[in-house]
Every structure is written in structure tokens, then in C-alpha cells.
Write a protein that binds this ligand. Structure first.
Ligand code: SF4
Length: 266
């Protein structure tokens, strides 16, 4: 059972890490950006967001990187974590040498999993992920994912497949319409996350038949699915049951359930 290892129901990671401060909207899925809302609520986020919208200022967050590098240098046996990287590490203004330091740290933290979500998969080929010392290195603990809010943005999956030979996932959240994945796309994916929009300003979720179709497509190709949240007949639910099933499959679950040596508090 995965959910007992997660701090909050409906969360598919154990820790978040803001390696990039700020962002800017790409498509309609960004309209109610949760991260911009959070950043504008706190002093640390003020240069980057105001009234729930990004200001346009985007910078690498060296403090967060140093935190990660400190973890590499730890002499304790560390409890495995699943880190979700906030904002977009593939944002065009993020320098390659910063990405390279991030990759070095992730590479050495082999007990952890890192989830890097982007709406800019076209940037992968010009980033440190595809160039430099890691070009031909296997990085089994790094997953790059693309957000696809509707069929209009399905090409992001093809760009991800073209540019990233490592582990891949798709986040259909916020789901704003039907998404039909081809068998070729599904065959390349290690994980699919599905969720309707959350928050007070959420838009109407798409028709239930679209959810049914996405779950069916994934089950036919045996792709693990995590149904994060959905509006079930007018009621917003985290990890709801659908047709009698809870979709809580996470391919990185082995990391979460890994035995941790006694005495570890990491
Ligand atoms: S890409 Fe992500 S972080 Fe950036 S504005 Fe869109 S939803 Fe927000």
C-alpha cells in the first residue's frame, strides 16, 4: 500500500524542492498555477509572483541546490525520498552549469527518486540533461515528465520521447479535456498521473467518460496509473475509487517501501 508512505493523500512524492524560483504561463493548464499562488503568499516568493500570477522574474535557486548537495555529503544512511521539483528546471533562462550541478547531486543520491515536470520538453535537447558529461550516462532515479492538459498538447509527449532516453511520465493534471494516447506513446511511458483541477477557482472537470477512457488506455498497455483527484459526480475527491478500483499505482513505489537501516532519521 503506497499511500501510507505519502504524507498527504493524493500526493505522489514525499518532498518538494523549489530548484527554480518563478515561471511564466505556457498554456491554458497554467491559468490557475498553484505554484504562483503559493509564491505570492510568502515573503520569499514576492519578487517572483504577485496576486497569484508570476511577475516574469525567473532564477535558479542556489539555496535549494546547496540543500541537495548537503544531502549528498551526508554520512548517515538516508531514508529514500521521492522529490518533486517545483517550477521548471528546463526553463530557457536556467543555466546549463546550474542544471549540471543538480544532475550531479541527483546522480549520487541513488536511493532517491527525482520527478522533473515540464511543459517545455523542446528545451531538453539543449540542456545539461542531453549535453555534457551525462549525455551517455544512465540516470535510473530521474524521471522527466510532461504536463498534458488536453489533446491539443499531446505533442509534448512525442518531444519528451524524442529528447529524453531515460524514464518518462505524463501528468494529465489539470485535465481539461479528453486525452487519447497512442499505443506507441504508452509503450514509452513509465507512469501516468491523472487529476482534475483543484483549488477554489477550479474549472468544471471534463466528462467522466474521458477519465474512463484514459484509465482503459493505460490498463490495456499495463502502464501504472495514479488517479490523484477527480470531481466524482459533483464531489471533489482525492484518490477516488472508480469502477470499484483505487488507482494508486506508482512505479517508484519500490523506493518508498525500501528497507531503511535502523537509526536512520534522514
Ligand atoms: S509551467 Fe507549471 S509552474 Fe509554470 S506557470 Fe505553468 S503550471 Fe505554473
Amino acid at each position: 500500500m503506497i499511500s501510507k508512505h505519502l504524507k498527504i493523500k493524493g500526493q505522489y512524492w514525499t518532498d518538494s524542492l523549489t530548484l527554480v524560483s518563478g515561471c511564466s504561463p505556457v498554456s491554458e493548464g497554467c491559468a490557475h498555477c498553484w505554484s504562483a499562488g503559493m509564491a505570492s503568499r510568502f515573503d520569499w516568493g514576492k519578487p517572483y509572483a504577485k496576486n497569484g500570477k508570476w511577475t516574469g522574474k525567473v532564477e535558479p535557486n542556489y539555496k535549494a541546490l546547496e540543500k541537495l548537495e548537503k544531502r549528498v555529503g551526508s554520512e548517515r544512511k538516508l531514508k529514500p525520498r521521492v522529490f518533486c521539483i517545483w517550477n521548471d528546471l528546463l526553463y530557457p533562462q536556467i543555466p546549463c552549469d546550474f542544471q549540471l550541478r543538480v544532475l550531479h547531486a541527483m546522480y549520487y543520491l541513488e536511493q532517491d527518486v527525482f520527478l522533473i515536470l515540464t511543459k517545455r520538453p523542446e528545451e531538453i535537447e539543449n540542456s545539461a540533461f542531453c549535453q555534457g558529461p551525462f549525455e551517455d550516462t544512465e540516470l535510473p532515479n530521474i524521471y522527466i515528465g510532461v504536463s498534458v492538459e488536453s489533446q491539443k498538447h499531446i505533442h509534448r509527449i512525442d518531444q519528451l520521447i524524442k529528447n529524453w532516453p531515460g524514464k518518462k511520465f505524463v501528468s494529465i493534471e489539470p485535465c481539461l479535456g479528453a486525452v487519447d494516447l497512442s499505443p506507441e506513446q504508452l509503450a514509452e511511458l513509465n507512469q501516468v498521473i491523472i487529476g482534475c483541477e483543484s483549488g477554489a477557482n477550479r474549472r468544471q472537470p471534463p466528462d467522466m467518460k474521458y477519465l474512463h477512457s484514459m484509465l482503459w488506455q493505460c490498463s490495456k498497455m499495463a502502464v501504472p496509473v495514479f488517479l490523484k483527484q477527480w470531481d466524482m459526480y459533483g464531489k471533489f475527491r482525492k484518490m477516488p475509487k472508480f469502477d470499484g478500483h483505487t488507482y494508486d499505482q506508482l512505479t517508484w513505489s519500490k523506493t518508498l517501501t525500501q528497507e531503511v537501516p535502523k537509526g536512520d532519521t534522514g
